[in-house]
Ligand binder design. Structure first.
Ligand code: 13P
Length: 285
């Protein structure tokens, strides 16, 4: 499976589009993502963080993925922000074809050592692996602070260190910190495109932009032009889900779930569709 995933990233890199990675923790969100991808003929990554897969179930995520793949094979299940070797082992053994080892909170040398350990296990099992250098701050929710007050320079990815990191670890792709952060903040994120350009030049790797919620369409386009190959979106889907659910409950006629949940997946789908178009992933299957 790893080589098929690499081929897709190569295609994205050459043709100038980014693969959208959308997080899910409920079946309604998952359905919304798949419906949008299918409608727009887009390859898509469905992702679960540690918290999301604890809630949905690790084996259950894989089971759903296998069911979906039979109907729409252009889907990749991805374990987002996985912080320990044990958890990497768990998702790889469960059948995730793609994983993200996030050692960004560790000291640099320690991050290299632990990432390499995760890479060796992933590759031995034919699994694609993303590493992370520089720290992507915040959680996937709304924040009361301004990002510019939180994001300090030491959290950003250093291009020459990134080169060394990818060489020593052997990761397939790299998540980078260039002014992006998870969640929606009081101010708009300000991306450092010069840094992105240098990271791409120095590493030559597939690059991942986390913290997609709140980034403008123009900044997405520019990021893709400069070498971003995968973009993660979560908070905007969580907000769409919550609002549609609250509205459904508020206006419900009775207690039938498939009635008050009726508009949840289509609302999520709309957000996914908008991003697929911006990322230019439509008609790429
Ligand atoms: P957002 O919550 O900002 O969309 O970021 C999602 C993400 O990067 C998941 O890893």
């Amino acid at each position: 499976m790893r080589h098929q995933i690499i081929s897709l990233y190569k295609k994205a890199d050459m043709k100038g589009f980014a693969i959208g990675a959308f997080n899910f923790s409920t079946n309604e969100i998952l359905k919304g993502i798949i419906t949008a991808a299918q409608k727009l003929k887009a390859p898509v990554i469905i992702a679960t963080s540690e918290g999301e897969r604890n809630f949905f179930g690790c084996d259950e995520s894989v089971a759903m993925y296998n069911v979906i793949k039979k109907k729409y094979p252009y889907v990749i299940l991805h374990a987002d922000h996985t912080h320990s070797f044990q958890e990497i082992k768990k998702v790889v053994d469960a059948g995730y074809p793609s994983v993200h080892f996030d050692g960004s909170k560790l000291q640099y040398r320690h991050n290299i050592r632990e990432t390499k350990r995760a890479v060796d296990y992933a590759h031995a099992n034919n699994v694609f692996i993303e590493g992370e250098l520089g720290s992507i701050t915040g959680g996937s929710t709304t924040h009361k602070e301004k990002l510019k007050d939180i994001l300090t320079d030491d959290l950003l990815t250093n291009p020459s260190q990134a080169k060394e990191f990818v060489e020593l670890t052997g990761v397939d792709s790299l998540a980078i910190s260039i002014g992006n952060a998870h969640g929606i903040w009081k101010d708009k994120p300000k991306l450092d495109f010069e840094r992105l350009k240098q990271i791409k030049e120095q590493t030559g790797k597939f690059l991942v932009l986390h913290g997609g919620s709140g980034i403008s369409a123009n900044d997405f386009r520019k990021s893709v032009e400069l070498g971003i190959n995968k973009i993660n979106i979560n908070t905007e889907l969580r907000i769409a889900f919550a609002h549609a659910l609250i509205k459904g409950l508020h206006t419900r006629e009775d207690y039938t779930p498939y009635k008050y949940l009726k508009n949840v997946s289509p609302t999520v789908s709309k957000i996914v569709e908008e991003h697929i178009i911006i990322f230019k992933t439509n008609n790429k299957i």
